[in-house]
Design a protein around this ligand. Structure first.
Ligand code: SF4
Ligand code: SF4
Length: 368
């Protein structure tokens, strides 16, 4: 049975928690004299208090513990989706550059083409360090996701793909089920050895960038990403078996999603009133639909003119060139939009609004 540890940050120091996690999973013997990759979530240039990227205190504690274990080389890095920003600048803003104590590296600098077991794609470029590392520590964030419902350990491994290529991969899928399948294909390129989830400042609602922050004060760890994500989902008040990513991972025998079959060390409590992305019956129908063919099923993001700074990030990141400047502000072309929500994910100012299905129908009737 896989094991998930839920540690309370209020009653314990973060370095103590990490030390304990290392002991429980026998990390010291596995990383001594080895090359280790620490893979946080560095989605974009967001300061830690925004709750978008991995808390630098967790990264700092992991790096310090690895140094004590005498790892031969420690690399901290992620491929941000903000391709027009200097990765070092992003790492600085997120606090991860300083927390890494000299171990941060721009992992997009060296890439490698690998074969992928996938019905969508045969080969992919990934950061070379992912294949070179003897041991990979995945450090995801406790967050919701408007498209995939959760952003956790499985989805964090999407970041092994450099830069803008990630957004392009959305064009290969016809539904959220298919996108989830591709995410699991990518996860399987390099299954992490250990997962330490930052659930200190989490995110609820329409994550992963513009949801509401939620103080959870936990660190959740496991050597199995699927069980870890299942516990996170249960804490959000969701049944793991309704989440596409977890259904697919379960079908492939990558891990346990039934909480009663997971050893949980710590208090697993549903977070009171936690808001998950809209997952009602209409949303579920939409998720199963084929946005490219049945455009009625897609949802068009709206730009909030009061918040938009016209930085054009949403235009740069859109994989199907659906966003363009119209009357000064960006606007999505409904005929082209595939509802991948990359624009929302990468807007630094929280200016993208993702309407509910019902609101979107209303917007269509108004000709928007
Ligand atoms: S919506 Fe966001 S990303 Fe797009 S231009 Fe405005 S501020 Fe920039
Ligand atoms: S407009 Fe936004 S949601 Fe639509 S395809 Fe472009 S990035 Fe994706």
């Amino acid at each position: 049975m896989s094991k998930v540890i839920i540690s309370d940050v209020q009653n314990n120091e973060i370095p103590e928690i990490i030390k304990n996690v290392f002991e429980i999973f026998g990390v010291e013997d596995k990383v001594k004299d080895k090359k280790v990759l620490v893979k946080p979530n560095i989605l974009g240039p967001f300061p830690p208090e925004r709750g978008v990227t991995t808390d630098p205190r967790v990264i700092s504690a992991i790096v310090q513990e690895l140094k004590k274990c005498r790892s031969k080389e420690i690399v901290v890095g992620d491929n941000s989706g903000s391709i027009h920003f200097d990765p070092f600048k992003i790492a600085k803003i997120t606090g991860i550059l300083d927390a890494s104590e000299g171990c941060y590296r721009n992992i997009a600098g060296e890439v490698l083409e690998v074969k992928v077991e996938s019905k969508f794609i045969d080969e992919l470029f990934i950061s070379k360090i992912v294949k070179e590392a003897d041991y990979v520590i995945n450090v995801p964030k406790f967050k919701t996701h408007s498209l995939t419902t959760i952003t956790g350990a499985i989805k964090n491994m999407f970041g092994i793909i450099p830069g803008g290529k990630k957004a392009q991969l959305h064009t290969l899928n016809r539904s959220i089920d298919e996108f989830a399948e591709l995410l699991v294909d990518i996860y399987q390129i390099r299954v992490p050895d250990l997962n330490i989830m930052d659930a200190i400042i989490g995110m609820e609602g329409a994550g992963p960038t513009n949801g509401k922050i939620r103080i959870i004060n936990k660190i959740i760890s496991s050597d199995n990403s699927i069980s870890l994500d299942s516990v996170m989902a249960a804490m959000m008040g969701l049944k793991p078996d309704i989440i596409e990513l977890l259904q697919i991972a379960k079908e492939r025998n990558l891990g346990e999603i039934d909480i009663s079959h997971i050893i949980v060390d710590g208090e697993l409590k549903v977070i009171s009133g936690f808001k998950t992305p809209n997952n009602g019956i209409l949303q579920r129908i939409r998720k199963k639909a084929v946005p490219h063919i049945f455009n009625f099923a897609s949802i068009k993001p709206i730009v909030n003119h009061n918040k938009c700074k016209i930085c054009k990030k949403c235009i740069e990141v859109c994989p199907v060139l659906a966003m363009s400047l119209t009357n000064k502000f960006p606007e999505a072309d409904r005929k082209k939009c595939i509802s991948c929500f990359c624009c929302d994910e990468h807007c630094p100012y929280g200016a993208i609004i993702l309407p509910s299905w019902q609101q979107d129908i209303f917007n269509r009737l108004k000709g928007k």
